[in-house]
Design a protein around this ligand. Structure first.
Ligand code: FE2
Ligand code: FE2
Length: 183
């Protein structure tokens, strides 16, 4: 049966920072899919629901996750760096960008194994073990990463950035998804 995934987005492009938090809930949800599948007993075949969940999770991290990174690095962090009040979090922003790179590399491994799993229906033990290790590393990375963004970086951005800057960010996020910011 399909693995339960997090809630759909609740905010619009007029609330770009809240929308980024909605993206976090989806990241956590799809990561949870990977964790559930990684915990299946050795040799277990994926049923139809598992296949569907895995396909969606693989697709999400391939397509939507890079857009979230661009939302943060190009739209949010770049604007924050223009403010002297941001000096205190410059190191944290660098850390977050380094972690985006690390996550990308871990996702690439997850993607390869996930595709292989979908094609074969089951995985050799070594691949399953590798998948579990990489998923575990991703979960640990995202836990502290998201905590830092939501406890420190996003609240600072909410208070620093002007209304027009937030509108620009929302528009850029919509453009990345081929959508209209206001509908
Ligand atoms: Fe991030
Ligand atoms: Fe994020």
């Amino acid at each position: 049966m399909p693995v339960k995934i997090g809630a759909e987005a609740e905010h619009g492009f007029d609330k770009p920072i809240a929308l980024m938090k909605d993206c976090h809930r989806r990241i956590e949800g799809f990561l949870g899919v990977f964790q559930t599948l990684a915990a299946l007993p050795p040799g277990a075949k994926l049923d139809t629901g598992h296949q569907e969940s895995l396909r969606k999770a693989v697709h999400y991290f391939e397509s939507a996750s890079p857009r979230h990174v661009a939302d943060e690095e190009q739209s949010l962090f770049a604007r924050m760096r223009q403010y002297p009040q941001c000096d205190d979090v410059l190191r944290e922003l660098e850390r977050l960008e380094d972690e985006h790179c690390r996550a990308q590399s871990l996702h690439a491994t997850c993607h390869t194994i996930g595709q292989f799993w979908l094609e074969l229906g089951s995985l050799p033990d070594r691949q399953r073990e590798k998948f579990a290790v990489v998923v575990n590393d991703l979960a640990a990375l995202y836990k502290t990463h998201i905590e830092l963004e939501e406890s420190r970086v996003f609240p600072l951005a909410e208070s620093l950035l002007s209304v027009s800057e937030k509108e620009e960010i929302g528009q850029e996020m919509a453009d990345r998804r081929g959508l209209f910011a206001t509908a």
